[in-house]
Design a binder for this molecule. Structure first.
Ligand code: FE
Length: 179
């Protein structure tokens, strides 16, 4: 026999509220996002842009959104996020700047990246490289993964805590950095 709403159900309902990003952040943002190798294909001086889509972009479009948070769970405004990833064939553009771009988090610490789903390449599961830096602080270099990708099991670099969540068809990832 059920009587009223359990605490667990209340918590679950809370997580579904519009402020869920903040509710979740308060549960999880004590620990810094783990860093990972930059890999061989980073290039400085990417363009500032939130969409990496181009006229000739093929591949499945995707959106990655999230927050940049401090260890104290405060949104970090004006944090630099510099993204780079392979194209739909698993190639990096080392001559130019395709699928490379940086942006700054908004006053609420939010970012939004529009791009294509990168392909796997030999030895690597699907991933997006990123550098995240609060104003006047050190740089976090890491990689974001795709949950459930069959390549994840075979890639020793893959980490569950670096996998984006899928929310309403979009990828979601919150960074916790020194700020
Ligand atoms: Fe890579």
């Amino acid at each position: 026999m059920r009587q009223g709403i359990s605490r667990r159900e209340l918590l679950a309902a809370g997580i579904a509220l519009p402020f869920s990003g903040i509710a979740r952040a308060q549960l999880t943002c004590g620990e810094l996002t783990v860093s990972q190798t930059e890999g061989p294909f980073f290039k400085p001086k990417s363009l500032e842009r939130t969409s990496l889509l181009e006229k000739n972009s093929v591949g499945e479009r995707m959106v990655l959104t999230g927050l940049v948070l401090s260890r104290q769970c405060k949104p970090v405004a004006n944090a630099l996020l510099d993204f780079w990833h392979s194209d739909d064939m698993g190639e990096y553009d080392n001559q130019g700047f395709s699928y490379r771009g940086h942006q700054f988090s908004d006053p609420g610490g939010r970012f939004r990246l529009e791009t294509i789903v990168p392909a796997r390449y030999p030895g690597r599961t699907r991933h997006i490289h990123v550098k995240v830096q609060a104003p006047r602080r050190g740089v976090l270099t890491t990689q974001i993964y795709f949950p459930g990708d069959p390549g994840n099991r075979r890639d020793p670099l893959f980490r569950d805590e670096l996998a984006m969540r899928k929310v309403a068809g979009e990828g979601r990832f919150d960074f916790v950095i020194e700020a």
